[in-house]
Design a protein around this ligand. Structure first.
Ligand SMILES: Cc1ncc(COP(=O)(O)O)c(C=O)c1O
Length: 189
């Protein structure tokens, strides 16, 4: 019997172009990019090129790209990083962070942990199709909201959130201080 894999929202096979590009780094250039010897330097060159390519893809600067070991680590780094940059907001009325009830545990558990640290989190419900309501999102914002963390595509049910509209709301409503980039308030998603 031919089996068909229908769970591509949870994981999917590697695109052949990605596999071919990566193969030399498993077999030939497998140095640790932090090592100072030639093997390490070759690997470092490849990581630096990848960093520039990723930055170009999303219109970022290469020093804004941080590679991590996976999703949960990325969630923690991004959410806790922004939260502790805004730690003074803990004394203010929330919500400080808005997320949804169907986020990955990497996001939900991080938000729950931040609640124990004094941050206030709003968990938006979803409709029967698993989509958040944008009016709910608008209504939930407070002047102290510094982060909206909503996944683009759900890892279990595959629903796609209206991410462009969410981004627009974030850019219009949220501003916070990024000390490393500028001395002024910046809009940030
Ligand atoms: C938002 C999010 N975070 C974390 C993960 C889990 O990733 P990892 O197993 O690399 O930690 C997933 C997986 O689908 C995810 O969608």
């Amino acid at each position: 019997m031919k089996r068909i894999f229908m769970d591509n929202a949870s994981t999917t096979k590697v695109d052949p172009e990605v596999l071919n590009t990566m193969l030399p780094y498993f077999t030939e250039f497998y140095g640790n990019p932090s090592s100072i010897h030639a093997f390490g330097r070759d690997a470092r060159k490849a990581v630096d090129t990848a960093r520039v390519n990723v930055a170009d893809l999303i219109g970022a600067k290469d020093d804004e790209i941080i590679f991590t070991a996976g999703g949960t680590e990325s969630d923690n780094l991004a959410i806790k990083g922004i939260s502790f940059l805004n730690k003074d907001k803990r004394a203010t009325k929330g919500p400080h962070i808005i997320t949804s009830v169907i986020e990955h545990p990497g996001v939900l558990e991080t938000c729950r942990h931040l609640e124990t640290q004094g941050f206030k989190v709003k968990y938006l419900p979803v409709d029967t199709d698993g989509i958040i309501n944008l009016t709910d999102l608008q209504k939930s914002l407070s002047k102290n909201t510094f982060l909206i963390t909503i996944m683009s595509a759900n890892n279990e049910i595959g629903t796609i959130q209206p991410i462009e509209e969410i981004g627009k709301i974030a850019h219009e409503e949220i501003s916070f201080f990024i000390p490393m980039q500028s001395k002024q308030s910046q809009n940030f998603l």
